[in-house]
Design a protein around this ligand. Structure first.
Ligand code: GRF
Length: 219
């Protein structure tokens, strides 16, 4: 059984998708937020998952916050730490401590549009496709070996909210898929790339996320 700790800062819909996926061989040991008012905490608690808050405002600097966060995480001895809408930049030391077992989801087709306001910037740039990326975290912001990406069209008349919603629906498919692959020991980091053992790709070359077997699920 692999133990997973999920870090959130707000709504936590990606965390919810991972919990609902009920991945065989995985146990969500804890959901930790840096914000006491993160609405995702209620969902986690209602599902019997341990929750805690490490409020960044209570610490004098990033090092102190990172140290407290690492302590809270390590109490659960996780195999994997999942950043799911976690809105704090983590220091190099923290990232190295969890090297190869720290994942993030970013709402763009990396390496395009790292940083904030990705949907607004995609619309402004006039790209025809946009999407989301799950990647292992390295010290540089929104970079690191990519595990899976999902592509969506940018449609005429899209505004930021419409595009964000289209991308988010795909995030909820690919993040559980990436976690499932990790839990199944199918991911190998080779330099800047991730190899996925026995990846199921369609005839068109697209990765086909596994269907959620839990009743009422489907992400
Ligand atoms: C998602 O779009 C994620 O890609 C980004 O922040 C958003 C978090 O949403 N990093 P949620 O908290 O998972 O609902």
């Amino acid at each position: 059984m692999k133990s997973i700790v999920i870090l959130i800062s707000g709504r936590g819909s990606n965390m919810e998708a991972i919990v609902r996926a009920a991945i065989p061989g995985a146990r969500i040991a804890a959901v930790i937020s840096n914000r006491p008012d993160a609405s995702g905490l209620a969902f986690a608690a209602a599902h019997g998952i341990a929750t805690s808050v490490v409020d960044h405002k209570a610490f004098a600097d990033r090092e102190a916050f990172d140290a407290a966060l690492a302590e809270a995480i390590d109490a659960h001895r996780p195999d994997l730490v999942v950043l799911a809408g976690f809105m704090r930049v983590l220091g190099d030391g923290f990232v190295r401590r969890y090297e190869g077992r720290l994942m993030n989801i970013h709402p763009s087709l990396l390496p395009a549009f790292p940083g904030l306001h990705t949907h607004r910037r995609a619309l402004r740039a006039g790209v025809r496709v946009h999407g989301a990326t799950v990647h292992f975290v390295t010290p540089a912001l929104d970079s690191g070996p990519m595990v899976i990406q999902a592509v969506v069209p940018v449609l005429p008349g899209d505004d930021e909210a419409a595009l964000a919603a289209r991308v988010l629906a795909q995030e909820h498919r690919i993040y559980p898929q990436a976690v499932r692959w990790f839990v199944e020991d199918r991911l190998t980091i080779a330099g800047e790339q991730v190899r996925v053992r026995d990846e199921a790709a369609s005839a068109a070359g697209w990765t086909v996320p596994a269907l959620d077997p839990s009743p009422g699920g489907g992400c």
